[in-house]
Structure formats: structure tokens, C-alpha cells
Design a protein around this ligand. Structure first.
Ligand code: FAQ
Length: 311
């Protein structure tokens, strides 16, 4: 039997009401939200690294300015999301600590390397494309601060996706060597992008409860299918080939049948064994340690100001 307070809470969720920070919520709701929002925030921050890798080597000044703006947006997204998580009673320092100790995750996709300029196209097109597919429904998530953060984030992600597709267009319609680079980027990012939606529904431990609480609006497989259906025609438009021999439009369902990613690889990346896990964590820890003097100076300054006011 559900206790009356929990039942009343569930009724508010079912009625489409937003839950706000100071209101009562079940412990599990709070914990699950901190997990998901925190993980999402970490993904944005770690997600700056694969693209940050190409800022100094962007082919033109214009491409450099655009890429800089995009990577900066991702820092902003991380900050909105950390703020949303903080309204649930966890501090940003605690979240960072959990990330650095390997107690919290970030998206598997950012453990793959960005080897060529075409990867900047593939990341924008596929990774931001997958991110939007997942985040648009989250604008209707039940927790107010999270839903509101998603509105702004989605606007910016749409720009990111377009800039990625624009790079792909340029490369796919360029020289033979450029087209090969574009195809190679699609070949390497296709399955990792499909993995962004999480394990198949039968292996998703959080989906049932998260959907009942509207922390999540769709299952992992639903969104993965939507992404494939949207992206395959875009690949065709680019004149590129999705690396899946069994990919085929199913005339009965109207959806594409496709090959699932290698789930053993996915779980291995989650365990820390992806090509870049160690590098990404080392870069984050170095940034955190390198910023210690700034945090100390700010705390000292605040203490001095407070003392001066008291005097
Ligand atoms: N990577 O029970 P479920 C971006 C974990 S977009 C790593 O199905 P859930 C923008 C999961 O945490 C990327 N771990 O989990 C950008 C759980 O483990 P736990 C970020 C994954 O939460 C673009 C376990 O597997 N977006 O950053 C992944 O119901 C370009 C079982 O899974 C979001 O976070 C994965 N792919 O569903 C930035 C969106 N999938 O925690 C820079 C919000 C699953 O119990 C450049 N999050 N796991 O230890 C969500 O919608 C959900 O959390 C899912 C996973 C759909 C990601």
C-alpha cells in the first residue's frame, strides 16, 4: 500500500503539475533526480573535451568562432543543470567529488576520440541530434527547475545540431578525401550515438519508476527508434552510408529496422574501459585541482568583506 503522502504526490504528477524545490517529495524521487540531472550536468562538462580538442585546429576563423561558441554553450548547460540539482539539496562540490571518485557517471559517448575535423560535424549532427531527441520531451518533465533548464538548453542544442550538419554538408560535398573523412566519422559515431539513449528497455533499471514519476518521458528504445527514423534520411541527403547492412525501412511499421549497438561494448565503456575514459577523468581532475587557488582566493575575499562589514 502506498502511503497517503506518496499517493497525493503521484496524483499531482499524474495531473501534470510541476514539483518545485521546497515541496515535499519522496526520497526516491529526489535521489533519482539528483542522479539523472547530475549525470546530465557532468555529460555537458565532460562533453566539452572532445570538441575542445579541435578549437585550435578549426579550418577557418569562422569555424573556430562557431566551435568556441558551441563549447562555451555546453559549459553553460552544465551550470544550469548543476543549479537545478542544487535545488534538491546536493552541493556542486559534492557532485564534482562524486564524479571524480567514479561514483557518478557521464554519457558514454564522450569516451570516444575525435580524430579528424569531420568528427566535429558528426558530433554536432549525431551527438547533439541524439541529445535533442532525448531532451525535447524532458521539457515536460515533472521537476520544475529541470524542465525549465531544458527549454533553454534545447534551443541551443538545435543550433549545435545545425552547425554539425553544416560541417557534414561541406565535407560530404567536398573533395573525395573530405567525403571519405565524413563517411569515416559517421562510421565511428553511429553506434556510440545510438548508445546515448541507454541500454535496451529490458535492461533499463530506472525506466519504469522514472516514467511513473515523469522524470523520464519515453523509454530508451522509443527514443532510439525515433532518432534512427529521423537520421537515416539525413544521411541519404548527405550521400553517406549508415554503417548497418541490415538497416531497412519496414513498410508495415513505417520505421527503420536496424542493428542494435554492441551492448557488451556499452557496458564496458560504462565500467571505465572506453578508449578515452582515463583521459577524460584525468582532464577533469586536473582542471579541478588547477582551479583550487581560485576557489581559495574567492573564499578569502568573501571572508575579508564579511569581516570589514562587521567592523
Ligand atoms: N552513458 O536504467 P537506465 C549532452 C546508465 S547529451 C552512460 O536506462 P536512465 C549534450 C544509467 O545511468 C548526454 N551511462 O538509466 C552534449 C544507469 O546507471 P546508474 C547527456 C548510461 O537514467 C552534446 C544504467 O546505465 N544527456 O551531454 C547511459 O533511466 C554534445 C541503466 O540505464 C542526459 O543525461 C549512457 N549513454 O536512462 C554535450 C539526458 N545510458 O545511474 C556536449 C538525461 C544509461 O544507475 C556535446 N538523462 N546509462 O549507475 C536521461 O534521459 C537518462 O538518464 C538516460 C538513461 C536515457 C541517459
Amino acid at each position: 500500500e502506498m502511503d497517503p503522502q506518496e499517493r497525493a504526490f503521484q496524483e499531482r504528477i499524474d495531473a501534470g503539475e510541476k514539483i518545485e524545490p521546497k515541496e515535499w517529495m519522496p526520497d526516491g524521487y529526489r535521489k533519482n533526480l539528483i542522479r539523472q540531472i547530475g549525470q546530465h550536468a557532468h555529460s555537458e562538462i565532460v562533453g566539452q573535451l572532445p570538441e575542445g580538442n579541435w578549437i585550435t585546429r578549426a579550418p577557418t576563423l569562422e569555424r573556430k568562432a562557431i566551435l568556441l561558441a558551441k563549447v562555451q554553450d555546453e559549459a553553460g548547460h552544465g551550470l544550469y543543470l548543476y543549479c537545478a540539482a542544487e535545488t534538491l539539496g546536493v552541493s556542486r562540490d559534492e557532485l564534482f567529488e562524486m564524479l571524480h571518485e567514479g561514483k557518478m557517471k557521464y554519457s558514454s559517448i564522450f569516451n570516444y576520440p575525435t580524430l579528424t575535423w569531420a568528427d566535429m560535424g558528426a558530433v554536432g549532427w549525431l551527438v547533439d541530434g541524439a541529445a535533442i531527441m532525448n531532451q525535447v520531451p524532458l521539457q515536460r518533465t515533472s521537476y520544475g527547475p529541470y524542465a525549465r533548464a531544458m527549454i533553454r538548453i534545447c534551443k541551443e542544442e538545435s543550433f549545435h545540431q545545425r552547425q554539425g550538419f553544416d560541417i557534414m554538408m561541406k565535407m560530404a560535398n567536398g573533395t573525395a578525401a573530405q567525403k571519405r573523412m565524413a563517411q569515416d566519422a559517421l562510421d565511428r559515431f553511429w553506434y556510440p550515438a545510438l548508445m546515448m539513449f541507454g541500454p535496451s528497455d529490458k535492461d533499463s533499471v530506472h525506466s519504469a519508476q522514472s516514467m511513473a514519476w515523469k522524470i523520464k518521458m519515453n523509454t530508451n528504445d522509443e527514443l532510439r527508434q525515433k532518432f534512427v527514423d529521423q537520421t537515416v534520411p539525413q544521411a541519404e541527403y548527405l550521400g553517406l552510408t549508415v554503417p548497418d547492412n541490415d538497416l531497412k525501412k519496414n513498410e508495415e511499421t513505417g520505421h527503420y529496422d536496424f542493428t542494435q549497438p554492441d551492448w557488451a561494448e556499452f557496458f564496458d565503456v560504462l565500467k571505465g574501459n572506453g578508449p578515452c575514459n582515463a583521459d577524460r577523468m584525468a582532464a577533469r581532475k586536473e582542471a579541478w585541482d588547477g582551479g583550487a587557488w581560485v576557489r581559495e582566493a574567492m573564499a578569502a575575499h568573501a571572508a575579508k568583506k564579511k569581516a570589514a562589514k562587521l567592523a
